[in-house]
Design a protein around this ligand. Structure first.
Ligand code: SAM
Length: 239
């Protein structure tokens, strides 16, 4: 899976994604991350990439042309036209289902805005998806792109040591994950639930499923409507 990020701050992307699990995934060749500096595609002798908005108002707006050229350079290099995800607080909110859907693509282009955003004309021309990471406004699209790349990468086969671990995590099937424990068996007077020490796999599974349901009911009841529940579980949560 290949991520191409159009940005004014490529170093931010490479520092963020080049470490830990995603860093190892790059080294192992499971994913590739290319940060393309939009400024390199400016035709202005001072490499200027933004200007005041027509109609007045605060802030600066990024020019259309350097963004378009950076996009064309990626397209030419890879010889195809992938989806272009514009990071914007005005987009569809990113969720695990979207991460699962996007993890099936071979190439993705992320477009990061800055300042007041990007000239609308180039967005109309190249963007296929407007995506937000939540209802708040950040200074730039780099953190949203990194959030998405991290979430998508861990669904790419080989990136996690154990591929099954992505399948039983929070939001898969619209349930939150059960609580997790590790050594020691007792920590400051708190014991690990006995069932987890029993070695009885069926009972462990049952306990984990119950905990998932309880946790989702308490913390994120909004998810339950679309959760994949048995008839019995549905009756229980609808009470
Ligand atoms: N003027 C824009 C508006 O009101 O919709 C906000 C611009 S914001 C200050 C600058 C850039 O940060 C945006 O172009 C976008 O790329 C990114 N950004 C800010 N908040 C975001 C969010 N919640 N999700 C995704 N991208 C975001």
């Amino acid at each position: 899976m290949n991520f191409h990020i159009l940005t004014l701050f490529p170093e931010m992307i490479m520092q963020g994604i080049g470490t830990s699990i995603t860093g190892r995934a790059i080294e192992a060749g499971h994913i590739s991350v290319e940060a393309v500096n939009i400024r390199d595609y400016s035709d202005n002798k001072h490499c200027k990439v933004d200007d005041y908005p027509y109609g007045g108002g605060a802030g600066m707006v990024m020019y259309a042309e350097p963004v378009f050229r950076a996009y064309e350079a990626v397209r030419e290099k890879i010889g195809k036209t992938p989806r272009v995800l514009y990071m914007t607080p005005q987009g569809r909110v990113f969720r695990q289902e979207m991460a699962e859907e996007l993890s099936k693509e071979e190439d993705l282009i992320f477009l990061c805005g800055h300042y007041e955003g990007i000239d609308e004309r180039v967005l109309e021309e190249i963007v296929t998806d407007h995506v937000s990471i939540g209802d708040y406004v950040l200074t730039g699209g780099e953190l949203p792109a990194m959030v998405m790349i991290d979430a998508i990468s861990r669904l790419v086969p080989g990136v996690l040591n154990n591929d099954a671990s992505a399948e039983i995590e929070s939001f898969h099937d619209n349930l939150l994950e059960y609580p997790q424990y590790s050594r020691p068996e007792e920590w400051r007077g708190k014991k690990v639930p006995e069932v987890l020490m029993s070695g009885h796999h069926a009972n462990i599974e049952k306990w984990r499923r119950e905990q998932s349901l309880i946790r989702t009911m308490l913390r994120r009841p909004d998810l339950l409507e679309n959760a994949n529940l048995t008839k019995q579980e549905r009756v229980l949560v609808d009470k």
